[in-house]
Write a protein of this length. Structure first.
Length: 96
C-alpha cells in the first residue's frame, strides 16, 4: 500500500516565489546538493502543508528549497541546491 501523495509539483510555487524573483524560477534547472540529480524546479515535489513552501528532490527527497513568508520578512533557503540555472533567452522570448 503506497502512502497518499501530499505534495504538488514545483509549478505551484510560482505565485509565492514571484514576490522575490523577477524571473519565473519554476522553469529554471537546478541540481540537488545531496544526490546530484538535475531537473527543472517545476518537477520538484512541493509540500505546502507547512508554515511555508518546501520543495524536495524527486529522486532522494532532500530539501531543495524552503520559503517562509511572515508578516515582516521572507525567508528563503536554497542550500539544498548546488545551483539554479535560469535561461534568460527563454524569459525574453516569453514576454515578446
Ligand atoms: Zn536528490
Amino acid at each position: 500500500m503506497s502512502a497518499p501523495m501530499n505534495y504538488l509539483d514545483g509549478n505551484a510555487a510560482a505565485g509565492e516565489l514571484s514576490r522575490i524573483f523577477a524571473m519565473d524560477i519554476t522553469s529554471a534547472e537546478g541540481q540537488c546538493a545531496n544526490c546530484g540529480a538535475k531537473g527543472r524546479f517545476a518537477e520538484a515535489h512541493l509540500y505546502m502543508q507547512c508554515p511555508g513552501l518546501v520543495a524536495r528532490c524527486t529522486l532522494c527527497g532532500h530539501v531543495l528549497l524552503r520559503f517562509v513568508n511572515t508578516q515582516q520578512h521572507i525567508f528563503l533557503d536554497l542550500r539544498g541546491m548546488t545551483y539554479l540555472s535560469l535561461n534568460t533567452t527563454q524569459q525574453q522570448d516569453a514576454s515578446n
